[in-house]
Design a protein around this ligand. Structure first.
Ligand code: GLN
Length: 475
């Protein structure tokens, strides 16, 4: 499995070429078609780009990502390319412009291999909500890759691309990363521009990388982050050279949320893997303390009240009039709306639009949406208060490893509980990363999650890199 750093070095030093690497990966994509990770492969274009970048490498003018072949979650726009959010309602839709993150990566000579499947409109935790069929987990094809960025995680884990971009509203980068043994980084809210990303929950959404290593995540973040005139939520704070600041010096203080570790639904292997991480950190002289977090049970309800409200507003634009699919049976404006949406949206998306419309409705607004906002504030204040005494919060990324297809689909609440440890970072707007931390007896990967204060990606990545090194040397 090649990392971004490794391939860029090989291309720079002439060990291989972009063209040879793209050809190799295209063969891998063909050989792994059963994973169903790609919705579309841009083979010809990737090869053309590879040749163009090979010439730049020869001329000594290539960018920092020359050699890197990336995949994009299908909710990230590329100019003149289709994008569907894995939904029928965007069938045939072609984007007129590229996301800022895409432009920044292309400016560094990254090559894009294609669109990767996800849960429809990024709503889900298993990729079973894609209108284009489930994605298989390369570690065990009978199991889900996680979601909603399931195609991105599967493609990286299977070695079909060197890294991929995903989006994370409540865990959609970190949970599939933990299910596939990859690294998933959700940056601080506002660290990375969302211009050109299909919106789900606008006060939660962030875009970030899924990679093999923390160093690769740091490099991609460094190249994507920063102010953007097209997104007023993108912060103007300076972007540090994260990939060059990975060395951790000194001892740190970690808070482990007691309620997470004692949570009855926590898989014993996951619990043991986090305990091992705690031991390793303590052996290095770091301080690890168990702290109370009395709001664990409010995280998932708060997340689902607020994000469904935002989704019901964001998805209002898919009416059959402006974008994508329009029902051929529509006869007037109202039937255009009704029929296009009924056919165009899948079950989970409809459920969330209805839930979100309900929590925003006149009679229930105060009871749900306004209350949800207040609880969000309480959770955020409490979480931030922990950072007065600790450098980072440590939890498992998910309650258990990858599950089998259909195992949680029947009961949405069961599926929503998958997000119990990941939504906190989105509710609070803080950065979070999932780092692989071993495998269960069945060989299924598990992840440990670190969170820091907002805009402390430098520290977060250095801690994650430290942990990654400790785990590699301990095993
Ligand atoms: N699994 C969560 C959900 O279904 C998270 C999704 C996301 O982060 N996009 O909403």
């Amino acid at each position: 499995m090649k990392t971004v750093h490794a391939i860029c070095e090989e291309v720079r030093s002439g060990v291989t070429t972009c063209e040879a690497e793209v050809n190799r990966l295209l063969d891998e994509v063909k050989g792994n078609a059963h994973l169903n990770a790609f919705l579309e492969v841009w083979a010809e274009e990737a090869l053309q780009e590879a040749r163009r970048i090979d010439a730049k490498v020869k001329a000594g003018t290539a960018g920092r990502l020359a050699g890197a072949v990336l995949g994009l979650k299908d909710n990230i726009c590329v100019q003149n390319h289709r994008v569907s959010a894995s939904s029928r309602i965007l069938e045939g839709f072609v984007s007129q412009y590229a996301a800022t993150v895409v432009e920044r990566l292309l400016a560094e000579d990254a090559i894009l291999l294609g669109r990767l499947s996800c849960d429809e409109f990024a709503m889900g935790s298993s990729n079973e909500n894609s209108a284009y069929g489930p994605v298989r987990n390369p570690i065990d094809p009978e199991r889900v890759p996680g979601g909603s960025s399931g195609g991105s995680a599967a493609a990286v884990a299977a070695g079909l691309v060197h890294a991929a971009l995903g989006t994370d509203t409540g865990g959609s980068i970190r949970q599939p990363a933990s299910f596939t043994g990859t690294v998933g980084l959700k940056p601080t809210y506002g660290r990375v521009s969302r211009h050109g990303i299909i919106a789900y929950g606008s006060s939660f959404d962030q875009v970030g990388p899924i990679t093999h290593t923390v160093a690769d995540a740091a490099l991609l973040l460094e190249l994507m982050a920063g102010a953007d005139a097209y997104d007023t939520t993108a912060s103007k704070r300076a972007v540090a050279p994260y990939s060059q600041h990975l060395h951790l010096s000194g001892k740190r203080r970690f808070a482990v949320l007691k309620e997470c570790i004692e949570s009855p639904g926590l898989n014993p292997a996951v619990k043991a893997s986090v305990e091992r991480v705690i031991d390793l950190l303590r052996q290095q002289g770091h301080e690890v303390s168990f702290v109370e977090f009395p709001y664990l049970k409010y995280l998932v309800p708060t997340y689902y009240v607020l994000t469904t409200a935002e989704a019901s507003s964001n998805l209002g634009r898919y009416s059959g009039v402006h974008y994508g699919y329009r029902s051929p049976h529509a006869t007037d404006l109202e039937s255009t709306y009704k029929q296009s949406r009924s056919k165009g949206f899948g079950t989970e998306v409809k459920r969330r639009i209805m839930l979100g419309t309900f929590v925003l409705s006149a009679g229930y607004y105060d009871a749900y949406y306004a209350k949800g906002q207040k609880v969000r504030r309480v959770i955020r204040d409490h979480t931030n208060s922990l950072f007065e005494s600790f450098d980072a919060i440590l939890t498992p990324t998910t309650p258990g490893p990858a599950f089998k297809f259909g195992q949680k689909g029947a009961d949405p609440i069961q599926m929503y509980l998958e997000d119990i440890f990941t939504v906190q970072a989105n509710i609070c707007g803080i950065p979070a990363i999932s780092v692989p931390c071993g495998k269960t007896e069945e060989g299924l990967p598990m992840g440990v999650q670190l969170m820091t204060k907002a805009f402390e990606e430098e520290q977060l990545l250095a801690l994650a890199h430290h942990l990654e090194t400790l785990l590699a040397t301990a095993s």
